[in-house]
Design a protein around this ligand. Structure first.
Ligand SMILES: CC(C)(COP(=O)(O)OP(=O)(O)OC[C@H]1O[C@@H](n2cnc3c(N)ncnc32)[C@H](O)[C@@H]1OP(=O)(O)O)[C@@H](O)C(=O)NCCC(=O)NCCS
Length: 154
């Protein structure tokens, strides 16, 4: 275990963390790289999650500095007895990558989802985001399903 991981605490986000979360997201979810096509990283992502389900908005705190975050939601589907969880955004400060912080955030998020009755957890990322795919596979995600987005210039 790296020394960095030992210092880092996972906790629920507080209002004073919101700017740091937003700026870290700007760094890791660049438009060419790992953003979702159907969701754009902007201030509203952070403030809406904070307003609507702050219990599912987590940060990794290294002595007062936000070095990672996870945010997600639960989904009820019509005609399904199961409750689903969706990890919508997970971002780690690049300097802290591969020190287990993504795993710590994910493990806490998974526990939160279980407590809320979730039976199936979903994540999504772009098909060429190899680090994220490796990460999610290492956490036990399987059965990737292809979903194509098509665009039309108007
Ligand atoms: C993907 C991401 C969340 C991983 O976070 P992390 O803190 O570096 O992950 P961990 O240190 O907990 O890694 C756990 C395991 O995931 C896999 N993994 C993580 N990053 C990897 C990489 N760059 N290449 C290959 N495997 C990787 C490894 O199996 C790793 O275990 P190991 O280090 O013992 O080999 C982080 O790189 C990130 O923020 N990426 C940009 C944003 C993004 O793509 N988010 C996901 C979609 S919303």
């Amino acid at each position: 275990m790296s020394s960095r991981k030992r210092e880092v605490v996972i906790r629920q986000a507080e209002i004073d963390d919101l700017a740091a979360i937003f700026h870290l997201g700007e760094k890791v979810f660049t438009s060419q790289a790992f953003s979702n096509l159907y969701r754009t990283w902007d201030e509203y992502e952070v403030t809406t999650f904070f307003n609507q389900e702050s219990e599912n908005l987590l940060v990794a705190d290294d002595n007062g500095t936000v070095v990672g975050f996870a945010m997600g939601t639960t989904i009820e589907k019509a005609r399904s007895a199961w409750s689903y969880g969706h990890l919508v955004w997970l971002g780690i400060e690049p300097e802290y990558a591969r020190s287990g912080i993504g795993s710590m955030l994910f493990d806490r998020f998974k526990r939160l989802m279980k407590k809320q009755g979730v039976r199936m957890l979903m994540v999504d990322t772009q098909a060429d985001n190899a680090p994220a795919i490796r990460f999610f596979r290492s956490k036990g995600f399987e059965n990737p399903t292809e979903h194509l987005y098509l665009t039309m210039q108007l």
